[in-house]
Design a protein around this ligand. Structure first.
Ligand code: ADP
Ligand code: MG
Length: 274
């Protein structure tokens, strides 16, 4: 490049590259020559040049952090708030969900969100979409089927590692437990779930989806006292959304039937995914 006419010529670029590596400033390393050229051409004060490249380094760092958090969140693909049709769940307002997606009002405080409703009503979709928005807003999230996590915690308990395993989950501001009601106490030792709920109480948030309201949770926990104690902790600081709507899939199928030859707006993408 035209290094001879610019300030880059009076610098040992190779040496500077090594220094910037050492300082772990990869974005500045890549961007400084073009910024230096512009800065020389336009006669920027040195402070402006420094501020400009520092801003880029910070922005790129934030982008990479979010990228890492997206990978670790293990969100199901394609479930976003943009593709969530709020018209089908009139009891859930878009404004409320938008506020929840910021996270400050609840994730920052270790409060919980509980989504109830029959199968197909969009609980998992909404949970995943909220998870995605929260990651984009800087929170750390893990999405997991409740049964999968319970199994992992049971293994940890057997290896006398339960406390450490629960502590490791502390790095997530929000843990999304999808389909709590599918966990049954026949799977033995669901008390690990209770221990998780207790450990996170008032410190780290949980988002739980369940087909069954609390009345049926006796099937999940080993005894009624533990069920009550779990519910008590979960609801103490919680937003509860009851999504009592008809299955989105069934609705889409019915719409297709009613208007043959003219595919309904919602059906296409969703049915392909399944
Ligand atoms: P649930 O978890 O309540 O059983 P899901 O979230 O899995 O329901 O929804 C079933 C399917 O229908 C998914 O493919 C989901 O993306 C889609 N779906 C459900 N509700 C909506 C909605 N309101 N807008 C867009 N897609 C929806
Ligand atoms: Mg679901």
């Amino acid at each position: 490049m035209s290094t001879t006419r610019t300030g880059t010529s009076c610098v040992d670029a190779a040496r500077l590259g090594i220094l910037l590596n050492e300082l772990r400033l990869p974005t500045i390393k890549v961007l400084w020559p073009q910024f230096a050229e512009q800065s020389d051409k336009e006669g920027w004060p040195a402070g402006r040049f420094l501020a400009a490249i520092a801003e880029h380094e910070i922005a790129e760092r934030a982008r990479r952090r979010i990228e890492r958090h997206l990978v670790e969140a293990r969100l199901p693909p394609g479930k976003t708030l943009d593709t969530f049709d709020f018209d089908t769940v009139p009891m859930v307002s878009k404004a409320q969900v938008t506020a929840l997606a910021a996270g400050d009002g609840w994730v920052g405080k270790g409060a919980n969100l509980l989504l109830f409703g029959p199968p197909g009503g969009g609980k998992s979709h909404l949970a995943a979409a909220l998870g995605l928005a929260l990651v984009e807003n800087g929170w750390r999230v893990l999405f997991t089927r409740t049964t999968d996590l319970v199994q992992k915690l049971q293994v940890a308990r057997r290896e006398l590692d339960l406390e450490a395993a629960i502590n490791r989950l502390d790095r997530f501001d929000l843990l999304i437990l999808d389909d709590l009601a599918y966990v049954t106490k026949d799977q033995a030792e669901t008390s690990v779930l209770f221990e998780l709920i207790s450990a996170r109480y008032e410190r780290r948030s949980l988002l739980i989806t369940a087909n069954q309201p609390f009345g049926e949770w006796n099937k999940v926990f080993p005894d009624p006292a533990m069920t009550l104690a779990a519910i008590d902790r979960l609801v103490h600081h919680a937003t509860i959304l009851e999504m009592n709507v008809e299955s989105y899939r069934r609705r889409a199928a019915l719409e297709r039937k009613r208007a043959p030859g003219r595919p309904p707006v919602h059906a296409t993408a969703k049915t392909v995914v399944e």
